[in-house]
Design a binder for this molecule. Structure first.
Ligand SMILES: [Mg+2]
Length: 255
């Protein structure tokens, strides 16, 4: 196995399932830390701040600093700053997105935004969707934190951010620029923020169509684990294969 300097882990289905940690991954991460390897977490979840996410990981026995956690909200704020500078933004989203936009120096406005940013918002209303559509039609840049159409809960699959961004696209005829996996801006933002080279990075995840595809598109090595969405047996139907595919991370590091 190659020595990687930056291990980038997906969260749900890779590190934990809902509120339950996946023990093989937890002990693998502990071994990586003992070896001095870099450990990062890359999540499409835009609702939590890196601090909230670090607290959630700590409750599962996984130590993580907020700087090691890249959320689609943080990458969205970075992307806007890099491409436009600080902007007046109309936001649909929760605390994770609000905090990320404001820490990057963007202003959250109700009138005349230059960008519309859409992340998951469990308090979404017709009014918010109408305001966002009107601003997009008036020419504001349209960015969505992630394209997940649904996400799993205890009750089953419920509408995800991609469903709402898609609704605005349907209403306006303007497609959003997506930040989260399978797009590459989160991996790009991690590389930029921590000075990582692509050959030093590996993306670890359970979902071929988001995690592994993002890694392949970004041009880094990938490791698929059979602990979540994509089963190992189904990998064969994809043209490009992950660099490694494992049942779980149990016992992968022997030294
Ligand atoms: Mg996952």
């Amino acid at each position: 196995m190659k020595e990687y300097r930056a291990w980038c882990f997906d969260l749900d289905g890779t590190v934990y399932r809902g509120a339950e940690p996946i023990p093989e991954t937890v002990s693998f991460i502990r071994k990586l830390r003992e070896k001095g390897a870099g450990v990062f977490f890359v999540t499409n979840n835009s609702a939590l701040t890196p601090e909230n996410q670090a607290e959630k990981l700590a409750r599962m026995g996984i130590a993580a600093a907020p700087e090691e956690i890249m959320t689609s909200s943080v990458a969205t704020a970075d992307h806007l700053l890099k491409n436009h500078g600080p902007l007046p933004v109309y936001m649909i989203g929760e605390e994770g997105l609000r905090t990320a936009l404001m820490s990057a120096g963007h202003r959250i406005v109700q009138e005349s935004p230059e960008a519309v940013v859409v992340g998951i918002d469990r308090g979404i209303t017709y009014d918010k969707l109408a305001n966002a559509s009107l601003a997009v039609s008036a020419g504001a840049a349209f960015v969505a934190t992630n394209s997940d159409k649904a996400y799993p809960t205890e009750r089953g699959l419920v509408p995800g951010n991609g469903a709402f961004a898609g609704l605005i696209e349907l209403a306006t005829g303007v497609a959003p620029f997506y930040i989260g996996k399978p797009a590459v801006p989160m991996l790009q933002a991690l590389a930029d923020r921590h000075g990582l080279k692509k050959e030093e990075m590996i993306m670890v995840g359970d979902n071929y169509e988001t995690d592994i595809t993002a890694g392949i598109r970004f041009g880094i090595d990938t490791l698929h684990v059979d602990t979540g969405v994509t089963r190992t047996g189904d990998l064969a139907k994809y043209e490009e294969q992950p660099t490694y595919a494992l049942g779980s991370l149990d016992g992968w590091i022997e030294n």
